[in-house]
Structure formats: C-alpha cells, structure tokens
Design a protein around this ligand. Structure first.
Ligand code: SF4
Length: 266
C-alpha cells in the first residue's frame, strides 16, 4: 500500500496494551496515568482483523509494542496467530525484557523472530532513576534468555538525551558489541512539543521514507506518531480506517497533543 505522498507503507506497529511494569521518566508522568478501561482494549480478534487486511494489502513487517507487551495476557497466542501469515517477513517485539525469562522460549515457538530491548544505561543508579521501579539485573537476565532462546537479531533501544557519546550510551554500545547485538540510539522525544530526531542505527524519525502505521491498544489507526490524527477501527471499520490513515498521512511529523508513548507504543 502507498500513502498520499506515494511512500510505500509496509510496516504496522501494534500496541497491545497501555500497561507497563516500568515507569520510565520520558514515557510516563510521575503522577501516574489513567489506564484504558478493559472494554476499550482491542480483543485479539479485532487486532487480527487489522493485521489480516494489512497483510492482504502490502504489510510485510509487524512489530508488537505496548506499554510492555508481555504484560498482555495471552500474548504468545496472539504472536502465534500473526505468525501464520506467510506474507509477514519480519515479526518483532519491543520489550523491556523483564518478563522474557517467562516467555522467550514460547515466543520463539510461536514464531516471534526478533526483539528490540529497551536499555538506556548499565549504571544501576541511573537505571533506577530513569525507570523509577525497575531492576537492571532482571533486564540483563531477560537479555541473556532472549539470546539463548534464539531471538535474533537482538537490538538494544537506547534513549539518549543529547548525544550517543554520553558515557551511558557508550557503555551500552560496548555491551552490545561484546554480545553481537545491534544498538539503536533514540533521541529523547517530546510528543507535545514535536521534538524528535532520526534514530541512529535505524530508520525511525526519517519522515521522507516513513513506511509505518500504528495501531493503538484502543483501536486507533494512526498515520503518524507526531500528529493527532487517528482513525478508530471500531467506528469506521478496518478498511475505512486504513484508507483514511493512508489518505491523510502527513508528509512530516509535527506535534501530538493527544497521545502518549505508553499508549501508542513509540
Ligand atoms: S514523525 Fe510521522 S511521518 Fe515522520 S517518521 Fe515518524 S511517523 Fe513517520
């Protein structure tokens, strides 16, 4: 499928929950967040309807995100159903790795190919400051288990404030190199201010070649992360939501005053 600027759109990012077992400062406000009501969260059948239409119209890459996708009950079963689509060449997940020891083997059996794991620092104090409630060792255990389970490649998503020259970023880069992982340096973003940059080592944030649509956990199909436009699949139906998202996808990101990273999935 192509958008209104003739960009090829073949990548669907699916947020399966707005819940998370971390409270990262650049994602969740200190005062906490109002979670979506269970009735507003898409069922697996509804998510599969969006996948089905997308795959039949050119989607070949699917990424499962959150919040933290592994907190969504039955996530392995959803992965196994998405993996049945032979047209999907790339089925990946973005996770904070904490629950990977419990799920990694089953995810691989279900057809998950690879993971991006959030890791901004290997300094315990900085990790605690950034995640508020996290345990760095639990993340490192999750990374180890992902490697053993055969999820490959493993890419580390490292959010950077200013530059990838920071000691935290450089330590993560060394860790990645030592383990034959890839690293992505993601400039800290601000939706409301429209602050974002191109991901070092990835293609996120490069609007001229943007190839993605996002589905939020409550069924909004979003043409762009840095824009308020979204089309509700329950109200419009899947086909109309896709048509609207493709027909109104902005040339470049601006500001997103209505969404949050934890319910869009970055
Ligand atoms: S800001 Fe919007 S158009 Fe630009 S890369 Fe991100 S999603 Fe695509």
């Amino acid at each position: 499928m192509f958008d209104c600027f003739n960009r090829k759109i073949n990548y669907l990012r699916i947020s399966v929950t707005d819940r998370c077992n971390l409270r990262c400062t650049y994602c969740m406000p200190a005062e906490g967040v109002k979670m979506l009501a269970r009735k507003d969260i898409l069922s697996f059948d509804e998510i599969l309807e969006v996948v089905d239409y997308g795959v039949k119209n050119g989607i070949t890459k699917v990424r499962i995100t959150g919040g933290e996708p592994l907190v969504r009950k039955g996530i392995v079963s959803l992965i196994s159903q998405i993996a049945l689509y032979k047209e999907i060449e790339d089925l990946a997940m973005t996770t904070n790795a904490i629950l990977l020891p419990e799920f990694a083997d089953d995810l691989v059996k279900a057809g998950l190919q690879r993971v991006n794991i959030s890791l901004d620092t290997l300094n315990e104090e900085n990790f605690n400051k950034t995640t508020r409630i996290g345990d760095l060792n639990a993340v490192l255990r999750g990374i180890e288990v992902a490697k053993k389970a055969g999820l490959n490649p493993i890419k580390l998503n490292c959010v950077i404030k200013k530059s990838s020259d920071s000691s935290d970023a450089q330590t993560v880069a060394k860790f990645a190199k030592k383990n034959a992982f890839e690293v992505r340096f993601i400039p800290e973003m601000n939706l409301g201010k429209g602050e974002f940059g191109i991901v070092e080592g990835g293609d996120g944030g490069n609007c001229s070649i943007c190839n993605r649509l996002r589905l939020t956990a409550n069924g909004q199909l979003k043409p762009c992360l840095f824009n308020d436009l979204s089309y509700n699949i329950r109200q419009l139906g899947v086909q109309q939501a896709y048509n609207n998202a493709l027909g109104n996808k902005p040339l470049t990101g601006q500001k997103n005053k209505t969404g949050n990273f934890y319910n869009i999935g970055g």
